[in-house]
Design a protein around this ligand. Structure first.
Ligand code: SF4
Length: 401
């Protein structure tokens, strides 16, 4: 497995696969072909079907500038990966180079089947079972495991990640108005900050705050603001919401929260390398389900659960996200995405609480539930995998067009 820095990428929303990935592909083209003058880009699969709503076309045109470009939406041709594009790069001397690129999720990219700049494999362990074994042999907790594999520098990077997450929440909490796109959805995070009830219970208050934080971050993403893929843009509000909530409620130190982020990163890595983080490949369970699993693990760590308790929290969170389809209305990362971030933050905390009680009697391992998620995703009809052709996207259609 690679560094968790490739899991937590910083960039503009609204979609790690549909905007951050294409942004990186275009940067690759400009760097590799300095003599290029024009690029014809053909979008396939989910890129073609939801690219307009996600802003894929705009991202490509803007990033390729000053080169001229033309975007072609091919809705019919089938490609191996749903997020595929072909770039025909026209050089000043009249020759044309063609590359095929995919954006498999989380902002990573592959050019002609290869990762553009090979990222070193620094974790020899391939799944959570092997990680647990390594930790047991060496008497490490998960934070020490990350330190041993990545060195101290990773915690400096996670510091920046944490600040970027909190900045996104802070911006979202003070911004109101309509989100971009044809749905005319209003931002709601700011209004959640103030309770409507004088006698609100402690639980009600906690839920409201987690919703506010998750909405703030997800709304910033929908508006194209800078966020962190955790593990994707569409699911970027879950982990930050849980971290901010826990830190402020229980007066945790910054260091403890950064450590919790490392724990979340390990869970995300296990899902990334053994299944998928892409809604186009495995439905929303791969995005929101993975974020929920990561946040539950972080929360469990902050609650001082041991490695088995952390695994149980992550497993429960994913187990109860299984089957979640990707059906963004109109192709925008707004409905149901923003609310799903809020609900997943609350579910993550519930999963960690369940793990406190059920950890000793847990039967299903994290690795098993990750494989289940992947197989379930592969079994899902294509309509439920980021095509905006099934589920809510189909039912609601663009009645609000
Ligand atoms: S429904 Fe889920 S997977 Fe699909 S775009 Fe929204 S957040 Fe991403």
């Amino acid at each position: 497995m690679k560094s968790i820095r490739y899991l937590f990428r910083i960039g503009n929303g609204p979609s790690s696969s549909h905007t951050i990935g294409p942004y990186r592909i275009c940067r690759y083209i400009k760097a590799k072909y300095p003599e290029a003058v024009h690029v014809d880009v053909t979008l396939y699969g989910s890129f073609a079907l939801t690219g307009r709503g996600h802003g894929t076309d705009k991202t490509i045109v803007e990033t390729l500038k000053p080169l001229t470009s033309k975007i072609i939406f091919d809705y019919k041709t089938k490609t191996e990966h749903p997020n595929t594009l072909k770039a025909e790069i026209h050089m000043a001397d009249g020759t044309v180079e063609t590359i095929w690129a995919t954006s498999p999720g989380g902002g990573s990219i592959r050019i002609n089947g290869e990762t553009s700049a090979p990222e070193p494999e620094i974790y020899p362990e391939k799944n959570f079972t092997e990680i647990k074994q390594k930790c047991a042999e060496n008497h490490w907790d998960l934070v020490e495991y990350v330190r041993q594999r990545e060195g101290d520098e990773i915690f400096d990077y996670l510091d920046t990640v944490y600040d970027t997450m909190m900045d996104a929440i802070d911006r979202g909490l003070v911004t109101s108005g309509e989100l971009p796109g044809k749905l005319h959805v209003q931002r709601r995070a700011k209004e959640f900050l103030v309770s409507k009830y004088k006698d609100e219970s402690e639980t009600g208050n906690s839920f409201r705050l987690m919703l506010a934080y998750a909405f703030a971050c997800a709304e910033e993403n929908a508006a194209g603001g800078i966020v962190v893929t955790a593990p994707t843009c569409g699911s970027c509000g879950v982990v930050p919401s849980v971290l901010k909530f826990y830190k402020s409620k229980y007066k945790k130190t910054r260091k403890e929260v950064i450590n919790a982020l490392a724990v979340a990163g390990i869970i995300g890595n296990c899902i990334k390398y053994n299944a998928s983080l892409s809604g186009a490949e495995a439905g929303c369970q791969a995005e929101i389900g993975s974020a929920c699993s990561m946040a539950a693990a972080a929360y469990a760590y902050l609650k001082q659960l041991d490695i088995n308790g952390i695994e149980c929290a992550a497993e429960v969170a994913m187990e109860h996200s299984l089957g979640l389809t990707c059906d963004p209305v109109g192709g925008y990362v707004i409905i149901p995405c923003i609310e799903r971030n809020g609900m997943a933050a609350i579910k993550a905390v519930a999963a960690a609480r369940l793990a406190e009680y059920a950890n000793d009697t847990s039967v299903v391992s994290l690795d098993e539930v990750v494989q289940t998620m992947y197989r379930t995703g592969k079994d899902m009809k294509k309509a439920y995998r980021e095509t905006s052709k099934g589920g809510l996207a189909e039912e609601v259609k663009m009645s609000k067009k």
